[in-house]
Design a protein around this ligand. Sequence first.
Ligand SMILES: NC(=O)c1ccc[n+]([C@@H]2O[C@H](COP(=O)([O-])OP(=O)(O)OC[C@H]3O[C@@H](n4cnc5c(N)ncnc54)[C@H](OP(=O)(O)O)[C@@H]3O)[C@@H](O)[C@H]2O)c1
Length: 312
Amino acid sequence: MQYNKLGKAGIRISEISLGSWITFSKQIDLNEAKTLMHAAYDHGVNFFDNAETYAHGEAETMMGKVLQEFQREKLVISTKIFWGGEGPNDTGLSRKHLIEGTKNSLRRLQLDYVDLLFCHRPDPSTPIEETVLAMDYLVRGGYAFYWGTSEWSADQIEAAFKTAEHLNCIKPTMEQPKYNLFFRDHLEKDYLKLFEKYGLGTTIWSPLASGILSGKYNQGIPSDSRLAKEAWLVPDNLMQLVEKTKKLSVLAHDLDCTLSQLAIAWCLHNPNVSSVITGATKMDQLLENLGAIAVKSKLTPDVMKKIDTMMR
Ligand SMILES: NC(=O)c1ccc[n+]([C@@H]2O[C@H](COP(=O)([O-])OP(=O)(O)OC[C@H]3O[C@@H](n4cnc5c(N)ncnc54)[C@H](OP(=O)(O)O)[C@@H]3O)[C@@H](O)[C@H]2O)c1
């Protein structure tokens, strides 16, 4: 396992990490979460991702119980604030919700601090100055070591940097964008200036496009799969994505790896990706996905070109 710097920050995070969206407390129970987190850690994963909204806080509660079995300093834990409940002050990036939401997350995670704290979405209804000052307060107050954004546009992220500079506040360190073989533009085009100018790090999500890139949907939707259980996640163009996945499977076969490993290795290949957050409901998925590390070296310029052609 390689440990990457998070952009220009000093902290080092495992190139593959494990997230809890839809899985923790919805698809897997506490014992399964324990087994998966321990196996991931034993394979070198040090970064575990969460959010206040996952399973309405239950994902944090579950992860918090497992975290008691680890030495805190060995881990990098993140959470994300934006959707904390139904009330008028339970959502968004106001000073009130950011600070209360973070304290509630820490209570559920049974932690004094998270390493990485994300603003889960942009909030155009809150002045950026208020959000930046609240994140500055949280970092200076020891509730988090680094703060960042998730699914913000390049302009919104740049505004956060400029505001922080102007107010003498702590600047964001990282963004958490979706990135996979089907969804590339944010990371490969929009954010390029931010990597160069500010040394932004990234912890990317849905490397398998919710499992589509594993090939599991090539013959329909299996009843025990995410898309069967969470129908709202079925993309309108599923058949088109499946056709592209089928083309990739020939290449995976030639490279002597699985489709999931090829798709994750392709994400790891991008030097602006600090960590690829994977999700897993089963141990064999986790172990297979961790095998992507060994596939990285097979992604020669020629192979990368072939992949680009297949994805067009
Ligand atoms: N910042 C954000 O807005 C945001 C949004 C979404 C996610 N995230 C973070 O990113 C993490 C990863 O995202 P994701 O869960 O969408 O990742 P993903 O890797 O695209 O999808 C994970 C799902 O695909 C299936 N799968 C995984 N490996 C497989 C394999 N080898 N073979 C077959 N099926 C496999 C499993 O679902 P089934 O077994 O149920 O089919 C698994 O739960 C999340 O847990 C969360 O922490 C962040």
